[in-house]
Design a protein around this ligand. Sequence first.
Ligand SMILES: [Zn+2]
Length: 208
Amino acid sequence: MLSIIFSCHVEPQRKSRDILYLKTFFLLFKKHAKKIIFFLMVGDDIKNEILDLIKDRKFDFSFGLHPHKVELNKAIAICTKSLGLKPKFISFGHWDYTDEMLSICAKNDIEIDFSYSAYKKNDTYFFKQPFDAAGIKEYPVACDPRIPINPLTSYYHFFLAMVLITLLSFSNKMLHLTFHSYDLIEQGITAKVRLFILLNLPFIKYGL
Ligand SMILES: [Zn+2]
């Protein structure tokens, strides 16, 4: 059975830098919490604010770390301190990382990185299966075949995701799709519809 993993980069809205929308954002996924890994942004202009906003919420979701312009060890420490839990998953800001950063992840017991993308690695593919890299597992994001497939920002990407799902539907492959938390606000109602179609397909195993 095909397994689909959604990674969501949880970030402030782009222009206003507002993060309060995240208070209601997570309620949208109550029924689908286990289908998505929410990568919580740490660093840049918001430091640990998103973690602080989330830690009191009684909401059972899979989370990972999403560092932006912050030293990696520091980001892991901030996450562990704020949530009282070590992150098991990571996705780097702008899909940018080195093998050295993966080694640091391995030393900190992070199990899976979700940042491998075609355009950053001088690669070309529509989907790629998990592989081992520098001591941890790498789950590459599906690409178009260069830029990560985000079914919320582009109808073409939504179509491509549906084609890939159809092609792979009776295989045991993994398909990693991605979106940003702010896409749900900025891309309008049809983006929500596209996402919820993809979250409710039959004969699919969702999540890890
Ligand atoms: Zn980001």
